[in-house]
Design a protein around this ligand. Sequence first.
Ligand SMILES: NC(=O)c1ccc[n+]([C@@H]2O[C@H](COP(=O)([O-])OP(=O)(O)OC[C@H]3O[C@@H](n4cnc5c(N)ncnc54)[C@H](O)[C@@H]3O)[C@@H](O)[C@H]2O)c1
Length: 371
Amino acid sequence: MKRLRLGMVGGGEGSFIGGVHRIAARLDDQFELVAGAFSSSPEVAKRSGEALFIAADRCYASWQEMAEREASRPDGIEVVSIVTPNHLHVPIAKVFLQHGIHVICDKPLGVTLAEAQELAQVIDASGLQFILTHNYSALPMVREARARIANSEIGDIRAIEVEYLQDWLNDRLELTDNKQASWRGNPAMAGAGAIGDIGTHAWQLAAFVSGMEPETLRGELLTRIPGRVLDDEVYAEMRYANGARGRLWASQVAPGFENDLRLRIVGSRATISFRQQQPEILEIHPHHGNSYVVTRNGVNNHDSVRHQCRTPAGHPEGYLEGFAQIYREAAVKIRGGDAPLLPGIAAGLAGMKFIETMRESSDRGGEWVEW
Ligand SMILES: NC(=O)c1ccc[n+]([C@@H]2O[C@H](COP(=O)([O-])OP(=O)(O)OC[C@H]3O[C@@H](n4cnc5c(N)ncnc54)[C@H](O)[C@@H]3O)[C@@H](O)[C@H]2O)c1
């Protein structure tokens, strides 16, 4: 077996998440980056490719050219990572799938539910793998929480509370030359504000760990910073079929919060609590019992969780390793194996449906809307 030949669209000079994907792809040595269309500017694309030691004839000026040329080479890429602004995810994914190339794509899936549904059909017809990098759901202690809940350790779920709070958009960075903020402030490129950028992560995390989707939900999309076009804060409430209630709060204008993604799930026997800024531990609070923490790679981890750990207990793993786990499992799936916890098109469709359902509720003054 050889390393999978990987291409990348986006991720050029000055960009953020492309570099994280490259580290993640290298961490377990299953991929080799051999081609890219790294930027919308041909010069920047070329310069970025050179800095990554990509052969000159495989640094492309456009992703369309890359898909065609790579598909026609015997040593062409087998999988492409899409790390561009949101509006390009679906068009790029479709073209690469139509050229027989597997896709790893960053979230949110796109800018509308309708285009996401079209993509789902292309994926179906292609028989290829499509992986969406909801990286937090690959963290060991998140997987541990999921395994314990699936094993009925906390009893019947009564409440699901998820928050993703940041403060970096508390200034109008979209009016500056900040590369990440400028497209995020543009509705045509981002599609949605905080709800798409971090709300979809929170939504996916809650559904992944609890194993539940609500029957109805309602909420509000807020724009706190005057003059901003898109939402920068979102509040949602959920009602589940078993009587459980949920709340989701995502904000990019919450001073003092960096990447504070937290999840608490309250059951009839215990509460489980996770915070991504402390990814080494999972808190368990049993009724009539002492609260305790489960430590990553500790003796009482679920077997599957211990197997995914890369370093011994106490040598911290976090964001990058979670991302790498997505790549490790993507390699398994692309090679025909099984990776049931990997987020894919279903998670992407749910994220887009969450955005559109919440918009509908918000436009109707916070009314309950069917999921
Ligand atoms: N999973 C996560 O934790 C996470 C974190 C940050 C961003 N993201 C997602 O990753 C994506 C990129 O975000 P970012 O913060 O890295 O943005 P960024 O602005 O830093 O990078 C975007 C890159 O795409 C390139 N690009 C734009 N148009 C292109 C085109 N036509 N052809 C080729 N390249 C093109 C830009 O030149 C740039 O290199 C977004 O969808 C975002 O939601 C995910």
